[in-house]
Design a protein around this ligand. Structure first.
Ligand SMILES: [Mg+2]
Length: 166
């Protein structure tokens, strides 16, 4: 997990190769107490319903470190096979309530019980997870997509984001 030096809402606060690279100590030091996870290409390959042993153990360790875990996905499918491994709250999207809309993020913030500055959004999508999270003033962490290879524009963005790291 690396800090990205940019004040643009287009860039995340941190970038990581995967969720497994998240650093609980760094997050705690900046006051983060609640982590909102995207599902597809963040915790599992797109549309898969199985968490690997490694990811399951990591999520449990985040829980043990005291983080509240929220699932914030635009997918309406049943995630129970993924979320059975750890305690979490799922914030379902609605007809006019989905990422990156502010309304969806407000729902996430309200249902978390935490203050905006105590919440971090973790996801692989630049618009839905990063720009949406930034607009709603959350700490944002971009992870590289789990499996799915994105286009040149995405690769270029990731390269630029890494260039902005310190
Ligand atoms: Mg995703």
């Amino acid at each position: 997990m690396k800090k990205v030096e940019s004040r643009s809402i287009l860039y995340p606060d941190y970038i990581a190769k995967s969720v497994l690279e998240l650093k609980p100590k760094v997050l705690k030091d900046i006051g983060v107490k609640c982590l909102v996870f995207d599902i597809d290409e963040t915790l599992v390959p797109s549309r898969k319903n199985q968490l690997t042993e490694e990811y399951s153990l990591f999520m449990k360790s985040l829980e043990r470190s005291g983080f509240k875990i929220i699932i914030g996905s635009n997918s309406t499918r049943d995630f129970s096979n993924i979320t059975k491994h750890f305690n979490s709250k799922v914030v379902k999207p609605g007809k006019f309530l989905f990422k990156p809309l502010k309304g969806y993020y407000s729902k996430v913030i309200n249902s978390s019980g935490y203050k905006t500055e105590e919440i971090a959004m973790v996801g692989d999508r630049i618009l839905n997870d990063i720009v949406g999270g930034n607009i709603s003033k959350l700490t944002t962490i971009l992870v590289e997509p789990y499996v799915q290879k994105r286009g040149l524009l995405h690769k270029h963005y990731i390269k630029r984001a890494y260039k902005k790291t310190i």
